[in-house]
Design a protein around this ligand. Structure first.
Ligand code: SAM
Length: 272
């Protein structure tokens, strides 16, 4: 089963590896995510959805808080951020936020101790969805909100489709080079385009990230975590202004391919 479906038991990337990468990139993080009109516009629109979803909550936690650029925009009286990267947390602390170095799979908070949880810029993609959602559900109070931004796993575009075909050809060559002549003949003959693409994706992305491959896959993961979806905002990046389009639900439901590249999922732990 693919990484995007979220149903099969799966593991998250090693948090130490992720922390190291973010420690190294912490200094330039905010500037890097605010340097182009397209990035800035998308970030603001997505942030607004998350901020709106958690409005009125008193005690808010961000999982994978990073530099705190999102959490600092919330006006909750209690704002706590957890992250595995010490360097990112140091920047969040400078913004006056309460920070704790912790893995999102093991939150150091009592049951039902928070009113809302937020997670911006796809931080949750580094977590195992089943374990992370169960942990988020545990610490949020009954009736509390969990608002997450995630990236889509396999957005369709004409340009992307063309690139996939070209990439498949490249990988077939790479596989051929890497094995002995006899094996190479077998591999080349046996490999269909789909299988070749799988090899390409595995080689390019060794980390298993939670990037749902469809709305149905996302719904299944959330349902299994016993959380209720109150809103699903499906959004698609485009190159020209306005840089982000809303994909209406009927279009998403009828599409044979995934049209959205971002989703903001607003979830609720049932009141009882
Ligand atoms: C792309 S940044 C997003 C930061 C912030 N949410 C924002 O909106 O700007 C992802 C963050 O998730 C953190 N992260 C990754 N894996 C984590 C884990 N297992 N537990 C907690 N934080 C994690 C990273 O260290 C990084 O700071």
């Amino acid at each position: 089963m693919s990484a995007g479906t979220g149903r099969a038991p799966r593991s998250a990337p090693d948090w130490r590896e992720v922390a190291r990468a973010y420690d190294d990139g912490a200094a330039g993080y905010d500037a890097r995510h605010d340097d182009r009109a397209a990035t800035r516009t998308r970030t603001r629109r997505i942030d607004q959805l998350l901020i709106r979803a958690t409005r009125g909550a008193r005690r808010v936690l961000e999982i994978g808080v990073g530099t705190g650029r999102l959490l600092a925009q919330l006006d909750a009286p209690v704002r706590i951020g957890v992250d595995v990267s010490a360097q990112m947390l140091a920047l969040a602390a400078r913004r006056g936020l309460t920070v704790v170095r912790a893995d999102g799979h093991a939150l150091p908070f009592a049951d039902a101790s928070l009113d809302a949880i937020v997670s911006g810029k796809g931080s949750m993609r580094y977590l195992d969805p089943e374990r992370a959602l169960a942990e988020a559900r545990r610490v949020v109070r009954p009736g509390g909100v969990i608002a997450l931004h995630l990236y889509g796993g396999a957005t369709w575009s004409p340009r992307g489709a063309a690139r996939q075909v070209m990439r498949a050809e490249t990988v077939t060559e790479a596989v051929t080079e890497a094995v002995t002549v006899t094996e190479a003949v077998t591999v080349t003959e046996a490999v269909t385009v789909t299988e070749t693409e799988t090899v390409a994706a595995a080689a390019a992305a060794p980390m298993r990230l939670w990037q749902p491959a469809s709305t149905d896959a996302l719904r299944a993961t959330i349902g299994a975590a016993r959380l209720t979806i109150t809103a699903l905002h499906r959004l698609r990046s485009i190159r020209i202004w306005p840089y982000l389009l809303t994909i209406p639900q009927p279009l998403d439901a009828g599409a044979p391919v995934q049209l959205w590249s971002h989703v903001v999922a607003v979830l609720r732990r049932d009141p009882t």
